[in-house]
Write a protein of this length. Structure first.
Ligand code: CUK
Ligand code: CUA
Ligand code: CA
Length: 638
């Protein structure tokens, strides 16, 4: 397992370069692995390393009461939420519902959350499913600034923003004319205005090609994908780029000038065999300043009922480097992740169906746009073999990259400069530094502060898609295995396994002092806040009834309230408790109502009082010795 040379072991399984086998093997190797004896591998790897890691990063086990030093923001996968972890402990601290209703906080139940999620004309939620993959946070001066995080919903092409002061989702935007919105990355500064040294745009990759507009035609040669730019503040879609091929993941440069997406379907095939028919695909670069100039100059069209300007980024329209909006850099067959190195110089595409990583030098991409060299592929400074099924790459800030090898169930640590030297012809450059078995089939990987200028090379987390034998069996659905690795030394050291509910995909890890969470709301955050319990009462306007109530442990301001059968009731509840951690809940039996109000928070629900009777509305969140007594009666008169 301890193969340290850059090549060598790959030859025997080079079948990956041949088309049909490769696609199939991804599905089957995962299952076959255990029978091959790979499950016995942990004994050979330093898996038995004690929780106290030897290299200086502290162990994963914290003493009771000890706080973590890092936050992790994890995508929740098809539970449609974002998860907040403390690291290195791996303890889950919060789930932030975004795209999918959540019974704890009443997400999708309260009027406020429904307004964020989006409703149909009948008032019901438009969507109740989601599939989050990628989460990234806002930047300032090349590091996270603690304002926002964003997360994608692949199913319904929505982007959600999370406020990192309250750790809540405050806006969701659906991208027009996009299906399979996958990669997401905020820009890190403005390409033109040096004063804007922080995130103002978020780029979104459209993975599935569709007819534009989507008229339901079958001829897939007419399908196209769009790359979208969303305004970080307004969350409106600023512009889109019509492209050839598809988008997968997204990366942005530190100077704000470039964004890129890896493309696995340059063939624009509709069947997977077609999607892997070409030997090479692409990493597609976007020249942000030029795109915005083109939009300003009116060089765009719109698609269907969408008003969003769409510029032409297809190959045909962008042959002339000096005016090109896009550049298609060729990379081997069906690449997966694209990641920006913290030294600000490179984007790295992982090979997936090719056992390689491709290192693209950003300065040379900009040179091509400036007409300084003919062939944009000259920007490729390394294309080196790493192992089977490379997917995603993280960085330690010391010149090393860490790439997951899905098929090999390994993380490979490799030195970027040495890989470049090797590619240039120095065959003595041993760019592979270390390999570590992980359990099993890793997808995303990220290191503490990895894609910031403050990459600190302490912790590496790996999202293993299969956990197999690593946890107690709980029936057919296995937990996934998020593994934590100490990367502070030359050798990687496995620190801990963490079961996680499927399926996280991507995550970021950053120092705890980069966010300043607020623990109590400002009463004014809600225009309907009931600031004085004396404002409580039942206010009737025909069949519409507003019930205003406050909570102050252990009582609701109204001990009972009366409405009539058939009334449309809007109940507004403000929690007047100011004490940190003093949250109340509000449940109405048989009315499908349950939500919480945090200190000084206001929330409301609207429902039709269609069942007469007495309903004990009670506090669902333990708040006081008299929590069980904290109730109010809703009397619905027949
Ligand atoms: S994708 Cu899941 S492992 Cu959606 Cu980022 Cu690579
Ligand atoms: Cu209020 Cu429990
Ligand atoms: Ca392909």
């Amino acid at each position: 397992v301890n193969v340290t040379e850059g090549t060598g072991r790959l030859g025997r399984r080079k079948f990956l370069n041949t088309a049909a086998l490769a696609g199939l093997s991804i599905g089957t190797v995962a299952c076959a692995e255990k029978d091959e004896g790979k499950a016995a591998a942990p004994a050979a790897a330093p898996a038995a390393a004690p929780a106290a890691a030897p290299h200086g990063a502290s162990g994963a086990h914290l003493k009771p009461g000890e706080l973590d030093t890092y936050y992790g923001l994890w995508s929740g996968g098809h539970t449609g939420d974002m998860r907040v972890l403390g690291l290195p402990s791996g303890r889950e601290l919060l789930r932030i519902p975004c795209f999918v209703p959540d019974a704890l906080v009443g997400w999708g139940i309260t009027n406020e959350s429904k307004a964020v999620m989006g409703t149909k004309p009948d008032g019901h939620l438009r969507y109740t499913v989601g599939d989050t993959h990628h989460t990234h946070a806002s930047y300032k001066d090349g590091n996270y600034d603690g304002r926002y995080a964003w997360i994608n919903d692949k199913i319904n092409s929505r982007i959600a923003r999370i406020r990192l002061d309250y750790f809540v989702c405050d806006k969701i935007t659906q991208l027009p004319n996009v299906q399979g919105f996958h990669g997401i990355f905020p820009d890190k500064r403005d390409p033109v205005d040096p004063a804007i040294n922080y995130t103002t745009r978020v780029f979104c990759g459209g993975e599935f090609s569709i007819p534009l507009p989507n008229t339901g035609i079958e001829d897939e040669t007419k399908y196209r994908s769009l790359f979208s730019c969303v305004d970080a503040e307004t969350m409106e879609v600023r512009w889109q780029v019509l492209i050839d091929g598809n988008c997968d993941l997204v990366a942005t440069s530190f100077d704000g000038k470039l964004a890129a997406t890896n493309q696995y379907n340059t063939e624009m095939g509709a069947k997977y065999e077609d999607m892997m028919s070409a030997e090479r695909d692409a990493c597609l670069f976007f020249n942000i300043a030029r795109i915005e100039e083109a939009v300003k100059a009116g060089k765009f069209k719109t698609i269907g009922s969408s008003k969003v300007p769409v510029v032409d980024g297809t190959r045909e329209a962008n042959k002339d480097a000096k005016t090109a909006l896009t550049a298609y850099v060729s990379v081997p067959k069906n690449p997966h992740g694209v990641n920006a190195s913290p030294d600000q110089k490179y984007f790295i595409c992982a090979g997936k169906l090719s056992p390689t990583a491709t290192v693209i030098e950003l300065a040379k991409v900009l040179d091509w746009f400036d007409g300084k060299h003919e062939n944009v592929d000259d920007a490729i400074v390394a294309e080196v073999e790493l192992g089977l099924g490379p997917l995603h790459t993280a960085f330690d800030g010391r010149g090393n990259a860490y790439t997951t090898l899905f098929l090999d169930s390994q993380v490979v640590k490799w030195n970027v400069d040495k890989a470049i030297a090797f590619h240039k012809g120095d065959k003595t450059a041993n760019y592979v530094v270390d390999r570590l078995d992980v359990h099993y089939q890793p997808g995303h990987i990220n290191a503490s502060q990895s894609e910031t200028i403050a990459a600190d090379g302490k912790y590496l987390a790996v999202g293993c898609k299969f956990s197999k034998d690593r946890f107690l069996p709980v029936g057919p659905l296995h937990a996934e295995n998020e593994q934590l690795i100490d990367i502070s030394g030359e050798k990687m050291v496995l620190m801990a396994d963490h079961p996680v509910r499927g399926e996280p995909h991507d995550f970021i890890i950053f120092k705890r002092d980069l966010v300043k969470p607020k623990q109590v709301y400002d009463l004014d955050h809600h225009p309907l806040a009931i600031k004085d319990s004396k404002e409580s009462g039942v206010f009737r306007n025909g069949k519409k009834v507003t019930v205003k109530m406050t909570s102050l442990a252990p009582a609701f301001s109204l001990r009972e309230f009366k409405v009539k059968k058939g009334d449309e009731v809007t109940l507004i509840l403000t929690n007047l408790d100011k004490i940190e951690d003093l949250t109340h809940g509000f449940a109405i039996p048989n009315y499908n109502v349950n939500f919480i109000v945090n200190p000084q928070e206001t929330a409301s629900v609207t429902f039709v009082a269609d069942q007469p009777g007495v309903f004990w509305c009670y506090c669902t969140h333990f708040c006081h010795a008299l929590h069980l007594e904290m109730r109010t009666r809703m009397i619905v008169e027949a």
